[in-house]
Design a protein around this ligand. Structure first.
Ligand code: SF4
Ligand SMILES: [Zn+2]
Length: 371
């Protein structure tokens, strides 16, 4: 607890270590750079409130500039990128995505994800950025792209707004708290820089989507519930959409190591339900939309409960993201809710910053070895 006098390890070193193992490098170099990482269609809601189908294209890019230098503690995107992706590869991936999704037939919205900042020239060639912005605009597709706050400059945002007016820029704020950004997430920007970036987006008529991360590493369940509920209400007046991503554990990240060491449990689904109930009034008043799609929901590496109620609770959370009707949660119950409640209460009353919860699902033998 007090250390042995040796030099402290920085979060940066913990992040970079797994990225540079021979296994990680081998995996990165095994991908075909002319094919996108993933493409799929999902039901979505357009800015005017109408329901639609959205196409998501996750490109295999050179990755995120922040990753080259340091990186966020939970981000496993480095598993999906290649250092040598060219403009030709990216155009080939775009053509392949259109082929796999029937040229976006029936889609009104498209999400273009690049494991970093879409409009950062060191990550993605400008001629490719321009082609995507223009083509999606000319075809009347509602576009969502992602960015880091510190990559938003007045010139670049104006450049994007000129080529695709009104598109949505999603920024992974993760936490509206500078200490959490620095010591739990290693985000690489501050809340002040986030405010500056969203001012720029608004000035240029672009929409703001804010990602928050539920339960970053080194945080208890109780703190995650209290803090994320507070952050949602605080960022709602500045955001058009808020997407809360409950932690899911991606391979070879810091959270993965904590998890395998039994020092981290992914969030309870009950915490997400309680968070949505607590913030419902603020969200309704602010006119922002809140979206929670628990990735790997119900599985041990995603937000989960006891195993028997998971499917029902995940379904209610997903329905709420579309309907914004708090009655979706009426009548949900299970025996495990009591265990969750005790964990959250203990986290908030006992001096245990990493949490008190001992409950783990799975066979006792497996749990004794690893979760
Ligand atoms: S900014 Fe985004 S892509 Fe880059 S390391 Fe963080 S989470 Fe990953
Ligand atoms: Zn249960």
């Amino acid at each position: 607890m007090l250390g042995d006098g040796s030099k402290a390890v920085k979060i940066h070193h913990l992040v970079k270590a797994p990225e540079n193992t021979p296994g990680s490098v081998r995996k990165r170099e095994s991908w075909d750079a002319s094919e996108p990482a993933t493409v799929y269609k999902t039901p979505e809601i357009l800015p005017d409130g109408t329901h639609c189908t959205a196409a998501t294209v996750i490109f295999r890019t050179r990755g995120c500039v922040w990753w080259w230098k340091s990186g966020c503690t939970f981000c496993g995107y480095f598993n999906d990128v290649r250092d040598d992706v060219t403009a030709d590869d990216l155009f080939a991936q775009w053509d392949e995505a259109k082929r796999r999704l029937d040229d976006f037939d029936g889609c009104s919205m498209i999400k273009v994800y690049t494991s970093g900042t879409f409009f950062e020239d060191r990550e993605n060639p400008p001629e490719w950025q321009e082609a995507i912005l223009r083509e999606t605009y000319e075809r009347g597709l509602d576009l969502v792209i992602e960015a880091q706050a510190q990559m938003c400059t007045p010139e670049k945002i104006a450049w994007v707004a000129e080529r695709h007016p009104g598109c949505t820029v999603a920024i992974g704020l993760e936490a509206y708290d500078d200490a959490v950004l620095r010591f739990h997430v290693n985000k690489g920007f501050s809340t002040k820089q986030w405010h500056r970036s969203i001012d720029m987006l608004k000035e240029n008529g672009l929409r703001v989507k804010t990602y928050l991360l539920f339960k970053p590493p080194f945080m208890s369940e109780g703190d995650a519930l209290e803090l994320t509920s507070k952050w949602i209400s605080e960022v709602a007046p500045y955001s058009d959409d808020i997407s809360v991503n409950p932690m899911n554990i991606q391979r070879r990240t810091i959270v993965d190591r904590l998890y395998r060491n039994r020092e981290y449990r992914t969030p309870w689904l009950w915490s997400l339900v309680e968070m949505l109930e607590r913030t419902h009034v603020d969200i309704t008043e602010s006119k922002a939309r809140i979206i929670v799609h628990p990735t790997a929901g119900g599985k041990l590496r995603g937000a989960h409960n006891c195993g028997s109620c998971d499917a029902e609770v995940v379904a209610a959370i997903e329905r709420y993201s579309v309907s914004a009707d708090i009655r979706e949660f009426a009548g949900l119950d299970c025996e495990c809710k009591g265990v969750w409640r005790v964990e959250v209460d203990s986290d908030l009353w006992l001096p245990a910053p990493m949490g008190t919860g001992g409950y783990r699902r799975g066979s006792a033998v497996d749990l004794a070895r690893a979760p």
